[in-house]
Design a protein around this ligand. Sequence first.
Ligand code: FMN
Length: 297
Amino acid sequence: MKIEKDEAKILSGVRLGKTMGSPITILVPNHSTDFFNKVVTVPRPGHADLAGALKYGQKDVRNILERASARETAARVAIGAICQKFLSEFKIKVTGSVNHIGGETDKNKWKAMIDQARRSGDTLGGVFEVIVSNCPPGLGSHTQWDRRLDGSLSQALMSIQAVKGVEIGLGFVQTELLGSQVHDEIIYNKGKFSRKTNHAGGIEGGMTNGEPIIIRAAMKPISTLTKPLKSVDLRTKRAVNAFVERSDVTAVEAAAVVGEAAVAFEIGRALIEKFGGDSLAEIKNNYFSYQKRLRMI
Ligand SMILES: Cc1cc2nc3c(=O)[nH]c(=O)nc-3n(C[C@H](O)[C@H](O)[C@H](O)COP(=O)(O)O)c2cc1C
């Protein structure tokens, strides 16, 4: 909910505006702690509440829900900013945006839809998209399943709370098309391989192919409804309305920001894996000699 007035304070790892190689610690204080001591015994459908209470033997669902909260993503966004800064040294840019909210692609209609959902005590989901531009070919690897970039990007996005689906390039739509309509023909122009189209979303064989990475994530409607769904009190086992915690109607826009950070982190990691060195200058040196080699193929 938009009540957080976040400030990020860097506690370690940075000196005179530059990283030093030691771990970077960023503190983002939580100001909204008024609910923290309030016991909750009614799990909310769509949340970690019941599964977490059963798994960890808790009757007070607060012990589960505070940690399961997407508030955790503030940390990922803070680190994502550092990754973006690193990637900008290589002119790589990661941009997140909202594709649709509740199936509606027309931005002008979103506010009215959200207001309507709020009035009826309901919530909305949607799809956000993250594009990585100017990514070199060869990040990730086909040689081992756990080094495939499509795999690590999907896990990074799927790990964001409420994300229930991830697709790259044409994604699910391509299952309804012919191979000739899907695969991107290769061309060679001005000393560079490229494609006529980018249906693959910039990744083939678990590696970047030099085209922009296009990845989308599907977010389910927010789980907390102000017109609550039915649940059961963990103490009395009686049917009751689900507990209502403060909540937004939709968070697709915020999730797009988190998605941007999650993707920036994975691209940064893949870049370091391929070009890693002990200083930015060394990484750049490795990067540019690779670029030179690509031009000589
Ligand atoms: C940026 C962001 C903000 C969210 N805000 C809320 C919220 O205000 N209220 C809520 O009930 N769920 C919110 N969620 C979703 C819950 O965290 C999520 O539904 C819950 O963790 C269960 O989803 P899961 O099964 O995918 O973990 C938010 C998710 C994200 C990514």
